[in-house]
Design a protein around this ligand. Structure first.
Ligand SMILES: Cc1cc2nc3c(=O)[nH]c(=O)nc-3n(C[C@H](O)[C@H](O)[C@H](O)COP(=O)(O)OP(=O)(O)OC[C@H]3O[C@@H](n4cnc5c(N)ncnc54)[C@H](O)[C@@H]3O)c2cc1C
Length: 435
């Protein structure tokens, strides 16, 4: 037996989501010769959404996941599902013009609805959607915030609620905040239970899901593509790569086109009374800094799940937990005694242009990745437009063509990202100091 044949899937890392996971079905590793119309590599939300749409259309799909379903970013994130991409609408517009930017942005609104609809139609109560996301300002930019609310309504028909300083501070008792925009159509949820619900539905519809099955090599040239795993050879006419921040060298142009970026989340101990002295809303909260924090109450308000920070290095989560906790306490001094129970990290995939990479590499070979820190809605629409393309139903994936597989810059690209992040942090700090 070769070492590769020994692969046992890594269990889920210890997160709030794993601790509150409601089901534990597992899927067997792929074995023997397998053939399917479509083979999907990567069992995060991009791959799962594409697989589900293809199964709903009656196609034959095999989905291969190296570890467990949603073991990567999709099963350990902040759980915020809201419109937009990892980069600002203005940056997209500069690149592709107003009309295409609007079309791309509307896709992200659709992404939010896809997740909501799946939760409802599959009756995924354990995905626990909770409405409302607040974006809070840590500096006095109230005029710009109101202008943004108006522009969003005019351009996309979105109804965002503006909260002035007193209204904001009544909900979030922090001296840091000046105003907020509330999106009542956005929500936060339990991403791991959601992802596992999608996998269940894929298999119920007759799709094959395999965990503990890293794809080790592939031949993608011919009409029939061949993928090799430790114990199986899979033949398929179409192959889709949805390997996110865990992308290896299977498709070298894909590996060269992204940077894995680590980010972090902590979970506090249960302390509902103390937490209520600080946070009095069930909405998720994200601040306006370019490298800001986001948080929400979980367990019925008993705990805080707080996320933030990015790094291009592999930092021990313990250190980052200390930094994140410091951030929480500077925002809410009344939480000085609140202890951290757990902290974890995950890898996001970022392209240099900060937009998703969605497209066709060669006939029958597709990719759908690089959703950055905004993947809960964008994986839903990304997986959907790729499924539509494979089904011949639409060519909406071409809207992403201007954001191709640009080279990530190698080690220099990594250093540039870290430097940009530090520059953002410094700029955010100075902007707040000027108040
Ligand atoms: C800590 C954290 C917090 C975040 N918070 C939010 C948030 O609140 N809201 C939001 O919108 N986004 C958030 N994000 C981003 C979001 O989670 C990601 O953009 C999204 O989950 C990416 O999904 P994916 O399917 O592309 O990749 P992943 O979920 O990472 O899935 C990729 C999968 O591919 C598998 N794989 C890789 N190589 C192979 C191979 N050779 N063979 C088989 N399988 C393979 C991996 O094991 C992995 O499971 C956060 C991310 C992190 C890490």
């Amino acid at each position: 037996m070769t070492p590769a044949m020994d692969h046992t899937p890594a269990s889920y890392i210890d997160t709030y989501y794993r601790r509150t996971q409601t089901s534990d079905e597992s899927y067997p590793a792929a074995a023997g010769p397998i053939s399917a119309e479509i083979c999907i590599v990567g069992g995060g939300l991009a791959g799962l959404t594409a697989a589900l749409e293809l199964m709903r259309a009656g196609r034959s799909v095999v989905l291969l996941e190296a570890q467990r379903i949603a073991w990567g970013a999709s099963g350990r994130n902040g759980g915020f599902v809201s419109a937009g991409y990892a980069t600002a609408l203005s940056a997209i517009e500069r690149r592709v013009g107003r009309q295409q930017a609007d079309e791309l942005y509307r896709l992200t609104l659709e992404g939010v609805e896809i997740v909501r609809r799946n939760i409802e139609s599959l009756d995924l109560a354990d995905a626990a959607p909770s409405p409302g996301i607040m974006r809070v300002l840590r500096y006095d930019g109230r005029t710009a915030l109101r202008a943004e609310r108006d522009a969003q309504e005019k351009r996309f028909g979105r109804k965002l609620r503006y909260l002035d300083r007193d209204e904001t501070r009544a909900l979030l008792q922090s001296p840091k905040y000046h105003a907020a925009l509330v999106d009542d159509d956005a929500f936060h949820f339990h991403p791991l239970n959601y992802a596992r619900g999608l996998a269940r539905e894929i298999t119920r519809l007759g799709g094959a899901v395999h965990e503990g099955t890293p794809v080790l090599s592939c031949e993608l040239e011919g009409q029939v593509k061949r993928l090799r795993t430790a114990q199986a050879v899979i033949e398929a006419e179409q192959v889709l790569f949805t390997t996110g921040g865990y992308t290896g060298a299977l498709l070298p142009p894909l590996k060269r086109a992204y940077l894995p970026i680590a980010t972090y989340v902590l979970l506090t101990e249960p302390a509902p009374a103390l937490i209520r002295e600080a946070i009095r809303t069930s909405a998720g909260v994200g601040d306006d800094r370019r490298a800001g924090d986001y948080y929400r109450l979980v367990d019925g308000g008993a705990r805080i799940l707080w996320g933030g920070r990015i790094t291009t290095r592999t930092t021990e989560p313990r250190d980052v937990a200390t930094l994140l906790r410091r951030e929480m306490v500077t925002t809410y001094p009344q939480l000085a005694e609140l202890k951290v129970e757990l902290a974890w990290s995950g890898l996001m995939s970022y392209a240099r242009h900060l937009m998703p990479q969605i497209g066709q590499y060669r006939p029958g070979v597709w990719y759908c990745t690089a959703f950055g820190g905004h993947g809960m809605n964008t994986t839903a629409i990304g997986g959907t437009v790729i499924a539509e393309a494979i089904l011949g139903e639409s060519d909406r994936f071409k809207l992403f063509a201007p954001f191709g597989l640009a080279w990530n810059g190698g080690p220099i690209g990594t250093a540039a990202v870290q430097l940009t992040y530090w520059r953002y942090q410094a700029a955010d700090f100075l902007r707040e100091r000027r108040q």
